[in-house]
Design a protein around this ligand. Structure first.
Ligand code: SF4
Length: 101
């Protein structure tokens, strides 16, 4: 019984250390505007835009790989809000996203 408990503790500590290392080694810096664009989308995660969800669509918008009109549940007001947000928020190097309506 004691051996099982000790083994469980050792395995738990090893897995925690592995996860901690992986979170540092595999960290990917995210565009700080990404969550703002996600919040402006309908967040239905329906996939009608051809992306696996709203976060992927937001990334595609920031990468200039998607038109805002691809979001079928999205309204004209939503598209204008995203366009206006991105016109006010360049990236860290001062570049603006060329928004495709
Ligand atoms: S179509 Fe719009 S609501 Fe649906 S996943 Fe794409 S961005 Fe989200």
């Amino acid at each position: 019984m004691v051996v099982v408990i000790i083994l469980s503790v050792v395995v738990s500590v090893a897995l925690a250390a592995l996860l901690s290392f992986a979170s540092v080694a595999l960290y990917v810096e995210e565009d700080p505007r990404l969550q703002d664009v996600v919040d402006l989308l309908p967040n239905q995660n329906c996939g009608l835009c051809g992306n696996p969800g709203c976060k992927a669509m937001a990334q595609a918008i920031l990468d200039e790989d998607a038109k805002l009109s691809q979001c079928k549940p999205g309204t004209l007001e939503m598209r204008e809000d995203i366009r206006d947000f991105l016109l006010d928020h360049p990236d860290e190097s001062g570049e603006f996203v060329k928004v495709k309506m």
